[in-house]
Design a protein around this ligand. Structure first.
Ligand code: GDP
Length: 197
């Protein structure tokens, strides 16, 4: 997919004030500093579409971007301080939960994982939460330029191991670097194919 246009559309604080659900939608979520803003800028080839933040976890808004006048990319704030698997909804970001559970045009949630960091409970819990809701999702392991391919592979295997308690296979998985643009083609192709399906 060629990115012909990428524009900020609007921000929302809850599902209720999201823009009209007219277009297929893909959301991105991950812990602060995982490289989400950099990835959005890399995918869209826009230097500053999503701000690369110096202050982790500052924004709590859902930010919508219109891509090619055809689909929406949604930058979600972090999970909060979730024990999501235990249904402690009070600790979870209600806006994010409400959006994911209620947005009918949402086709896939991309969960970003720093490829250098060993599996974290909060990521595993969130993936389980998505699975329990039958919400289609994919994994993007970020910042792969920062270590060897072997080290990235080893960490993905550890992640798979951590997930294996409750699922046999990983969801679709991508490796990315906003420095080298690795993963860009694969992720955009996956989005294209998901819209066509
Ligand atoms: P966010 O908080 O998830 O939006 O993360 P940012 O996109 O703001 O990135 C956090 C930090 O990681 C910044 O200093 C980025 O420059 C750096 N970073 C993000 N992605 C990459 C990457 O793919 N490779 C490298 N080397 N650094 C990255």
């Amino acid at each position: 997919m060629k990115i012909k246009s990428a524009e900020f559309l609007t921000s929302a604080t809850t599902l209720r004030n999201c823009p009209r659900a007219d277009w297929p939608e893909f959301a991105m979520i991950g812990r602060s500093n995982v490289g989400k803003s950099s990835l959005i800028n890399m995918l869209t080839e826009r230097r500053n579409l999503a701000k690369v933040s110096a202050t982790p976890g500052k924004t709590r808004l859902l930010n919508f971007f219109t891509i090619n006048n055809r689909w929406l990319l949604v930058d979600l704030p972090g999970y909060g301080y979730a024990k999501v698997a235990q249904e402690k909804r009070a600790d979870f970001n209600e806006a994010v939960a409400g959006y994911i559970e209620g947005r009918e045009t949402l086709l896939c949630v991309f969960v970003l994982i720093d490829s250098r960091i060993e599996p974290q409970r909060i990521d595993i819990d969130f993936l389980q939460w998505l699975g329990e809701r039958d919400m289609p999702h994919a994994l993007i392991f970020t910042k792969t330029d920062k270590q060897s391919p072997a080290a990235t592979r080893a960490n993905i295997d550890r992640f798979k191991q951590a997930l294996s308690a409750w699922r046999a296979e990983l969801p679709p998985t991508f490796l990315s670097s906003s420095q080298t643009k690795a993963g860009r083609g694969e992720i955009l192709r996956f989005i294209e194919q998901t819209m066509a399906a």
